[in-house]
Design a protein around this ligand. Structure first.
Ligand code: AKG
Length: 287
C-alpha cells in the first residue's frame, strides 16, 4: 500500500531527472555550429532586404568548403540574358565550382542552417558555389534573378542569395549594393579606410571569415527588386574565398519536363493570371 502511494512521487522524480538529462545531453549532442541564433543577424539595408549573420560558419566549415573546391576550380561564367546559356565574360573574373547538395554531413549541415535562417526549403536551393577571387578579380554589378525563360523554368526566380565568406580579405573584395537606399539607421562611413574606393559607392559588406550575407532579389510581392543590384569589388590585397547559395521561389530539385516547357507549371497559374500576375511581373511563367 505504501509502495503504491509513493509511486506517483517516484514517477514524478524520474520524469524530472529524465527531462534534465534530455535537455543537458541534447545540447551536448547538437553541434553548436547547427544552432541558429537570430540575434546574430544584423540588418544591412531595407532596400534591398539584406542582413549579415556574424559567425554563421565555423572555421572547420570554411576550411572544408575550400578544401573541397581547391582542385576543381574553373573560370566563373555568367548566364546569357537571352539564351540563358553560360558564357565567359569580363564582368566576372573569379574561378569557382559547385558542390553537390548534401555531398557530406558538413555540407548538409551548412544547408540545414541556411534553410533554418532563411525560412526557405532546402529543395529550393541550388548547389553551393565556391568562388575564389585573386588579386584584381571581381564581379561587376548584376542581379541574381534571371531575365531569360530557360533559367526561370527550373524553380522559378531566385528569391534570395546567401553569400558566405570563407576568408578575411586584407583589402577590397567587399560585396556592394550600389542602388541600395541609405537608411538613417545605418550609414557606410565614406571615410572608412578599411573600405576600397569601389565599396564606397554604395552599401558595402566587408568579407569576414565565417560571416554570411543574406539578401532578397524579389520584393515581398515576388517582383524582381532593382535595388538588389550587387557586385563583388576587386580584391586589392589578399585572396577572397566565398560560397554562394542561390535560393528559388520553388523547388530546384524537381525534374524538368521533357522539352523544358515552362508555361503554367503551377496549378494556381490560372488564378494568379486572373489576379493580374502576368501584367505585374514580366517574368511570370504563367500563360
Ligand atoms: O563575391 C561577391 O561579393 C558577390 C558574389 C555574387 O554577386 C554572386 O555570387 O552572385
Amino acid at each position: 500500500m505504501a509502495a503504491a502511494r509513493s509511486f506517483p512521487l517516484q514517477f514524478a522524480i524520474s520524469l524530472s531527472i529524465a527531462s534534465i538529462l534530455y535537455q543537458c545531453c541534447d545540447s551536448f549532442l547538437t553541434p553548436p555550429s547547427s544552432i541558429i541564433n537570430p540575434a546574430k543577424a544584423k540588418q544591412v539595408s531595407w532596400k534591398p532586404r539584406a542582413f549579415v549573420y556574424e559567425g554563421f560558419l565555423t572555421d572547420l566549415e570554411c576550411d572544408h568548403l575550400i578544401s573541397l573546391a581547391k582542385s576543381e576550380l574553373k573560370r566563373s561564367a555568367v548566364a546569357d540574358n537571352v539564351s540563358g546559356k553560360s558564357k565567359l565574360s569580363e564582368v566576372r573574373t573569379s574561378s569557382g565550382m559547385f558542390i553537390s547538395k548534401g555531398k557530406d554531413p558538413i555540407v548538409a549541415g551548412i544547408e540545414d542552417k541556411i534553410s533554418t535562417w532563411t525560412f526557405l526549403p532546402k529543395e529550393n536551393g541550388e548547389d553551393i558555389q565556391v568562388l575564389r577571387y585573386e588579386h584584381g578579380q571581381k564581379y561587376d554589378p548584376h542581379y541574381d534573378y534571371f531575365v531569360d525563360k530557360v533559367n526561370i523554368a527550373r524553380g522559378g526566380h531566385r528569391i534570395a542569395t546567401v553569400l558566405m565568406y570563407l576568408t578575411d580579405v586584407t583589402k577590397g573584395g567587399e560585396t556592394i549594393f550600389p542602388q541600395a537606399e541609405e537608411s538613417s539607421r545605418r550609414k557606410t562611413p565614406a571615410t572608412d579606410d578599411d573600405l576600397s574606393e569601389c565599396a564606397k559607392k554604395g552599401i558595402a559588406v566587408k568579407p569576414r571569415r565565417g560571416d554570411a550575407l543574406l539578401f532578397f532579389s524579389l520584393s515581398p510581392t515576388a517582383i524582381p527588386d532593382p535595388s538588389s543590384l550587387h557586385a563583388g569589388c576587386p580584391v586589392i590585397e589578399g585572396e577572397k574565398w566565398s560560397a554562394t547559395k542561390w535560393i528559388h521561389v520553388d523547388s530546384f530539385d524537381k525534374n524538368l519536363e521533357a522539352g523544358g516547357n515552362c508555361t503554367d507549371l503551377n496549378e494556381s497559374c490560372e488564378r494568379w493570371a486572373a489576379l493580374g500576375s502576368c501584367k505585374v511581373s514580366p517574368y511570370s511563367t504563367c500563360a
